[in-house]
Design a protein around this ligand. Structure first.
Ligand SMILES: Nc1ncnc2c1ncn2[C@@H]1O[C@H](COP(=O)(O)OP(=O)(O)OP(=O)(O)O)[C@@H](O)[C@H]1O
Ligand SMILES: C[C@@](O)(CCOP(=O)(O)OP(=O)(O)O)CC(=O)O
Length: 401
């Protein structure tokens, strides 16, 4: 009798925010970067993608639903991921003929992001990591997270880092086929569990210049860029690994802010220039400087907050749990009326006295207060997690609401 079973596997996957940025491709098709990068994986209690991979002989073609809308799956990047996973499954089946031939069956994929998609919140990273991990689980592949990162990388570069929790490097590699351009665990979340992040959402709109287009323009036209890729980033990667190994927040913060500024500098050095940071982003920089100046005035000899910006205006501010009152407390005082403080993490934050932070740059404090729509409080977290809640039911129907 024909096998009409609906095979299913589900996973959740995290977002990651780089502290040493990936910007520039040396191979656009294989998604190979010009430099290594390093990120912090953020907790799935706050931001996550949930994806179910299913397959069955009763399905007629491969499909993907994202947040209940059917997606175009003909894109080369998604197709490269599906092809790579099917070929691993086919090899698995060839070496173990008792396995059902899942590699030949159409896939029905259903996914949900619990945060805005394509709004500079790294949805593509969580999305491709979840997709690759869910299909690998469905296919019962023995692949390690590093092996799966080679596949996720082809979907979206930053996705390769979301296969791990904690502190994660993506080694650029040198092989032309990309076989050594993969993610590696630098340190588990438990090594430095006190790392927190406040995401200040300045805009949830889709960005004007996509990462892919922006990177290509930078590689082609920026004369600053080769210096960043060849000299600045390699030294920073080593220094950042040391900062994480030593739980040295002063070094972590300094490197994080410098590298964000360097990335946005090469964007500005692109022809035509690319502006991802806005007036509100620049106000966030000034307010973080004000928070650090207030801490210094109290005799704290290291920065307590570090900003970083991806390809959009939203600020991500890293800080340690012990400095929550100074950092998250300052944001609560300045941005208390926006969405986000009602969460378990937000409710316990006490609004701080921000007189000195405001005095540091009154205009910045005002611009920030008027320009931030939402705050997401989170912290370092774990990698993808297999879950039993499926977004495709036993009858094979997608059940996204
Ligand atoms: N859950 C998901 N499953 C599969 N693909 C997804 C998922 N979420 C997002 N994507 C893909 O990622 C695209 C969004 O990527 P894009 O780089 O534009 O935004 P972003 O990742 O939110 O922002 P940024 O990369 O600047 O942080 C979506 O259009 C979709 O193709
Ligand atoms: C600024 C960044 O967030 C760029 C992320 O770029 P993507 O991974 O979204 O790019 P593609 O590989 O073209 O999909 C920095 C980073 O995450 O390291």
């Amino acid at each position: 009798m024909a096998d009409t079973k609906i095979y299913r596997a589900s996973t959740t996957a995290p977002v990651n925010i780089a502290v040493i940025k990936y910007w520039g491709k040396r191979d656009v098709t294989l998604n190979l970067p010009t430099n290594s990068s390093l990120s912090v994986t953020l907790s799935q209690s706050d931001l996550r993608t949930h994806t179910t991979a299913s397959c069955s002989s009763t399905f007629t073609s491969d499909t993907l639903h994202l947040n209940s809308a059917p997606q175009d799956i003909t894109g080369a990047r998604l197709q490269a991921c599906l092809r790579a996973l099917r070929s691993l499954r086919a090899a698995h089946e060839a070496s173990n003929p008792s396995l059902p031939p899942l590699s030949t069956l159409p896939l029905r994929l259903a996914s949900r992001n619990n945060f805005p998609t394509a709004a500079g919140l790294a949805s593509s990273a969580a999305g491709f990591a979840a997709l690759v991990r869910a299909i690998a689980d469905l296919y019962e592949l023995p692949s390690s997270p590093t092996e799966l990162s080679l596949i996720a990388r082809q979907g979206s570069g930053s996705a390769c880092r979301s296969l791990f929790g904690g502190y994660v490097a993506w080694n650029a590699g040198t092989a032309t086929d990309g076989s050594d351009s993969s993610a590696e665990l630098v340190a588990e979340a438990a090594h430095w569990p006190d790392m927190r992040a406040a995401i200040l959402v300045a805009s949830a709109k889709k960005k004007a210049v996509s990462s892919t287009a922006g990177m290509q323009a930078t590689v082609k036209t920026s004369s600053l860029f080769p210096h960043r890729a060849e000299t600045v980033v390699p030294a920073r990667m080593a220094a950042m690994r040391a900062a994480i190994a030593g739980r040295d927040f002063a070094a972590f913060a300094d490197l994080t802010m410098k590298d964000s500024n360097s990335f946005h500098a090469v964007c500005l050095d692109t022809t035509p220039p690319i502006f991802y940071m806005s007036d509100v982003s620049r106000a966030a920089v000034r307010v973080v400087e004000g928070i650090n100046a207030a801490a210094a005035a109290d005799g704290i000899t290291r920065p307590v907050a570090a900003y970083t910006f991806d390809a959009g205006p939203n600020a991500v501010v890293y800080y340690l749990a012990e400095d929550e009152a100074r950092v998250a407390g300052a944001f609560k005082a300045l941005l208390g009326s926006v969405e986000g403080w009602e969460t378990a993490r937000g409710a316990v934050v006490q609004a701080a006295d921000v007189a000195r932070v405001v005095a540091y740059d009154e205009g910045a404090a005002e611009t920030l207060a008027g320009g931030i729509q939402r705050v997401i409080l989170t912290g370092v977290g774990e990698g993808p997690i297999s879950v039993s809640e499926h977004l495709v039911n036993e009858a094979g129907e997608v059940i996204l609401e």
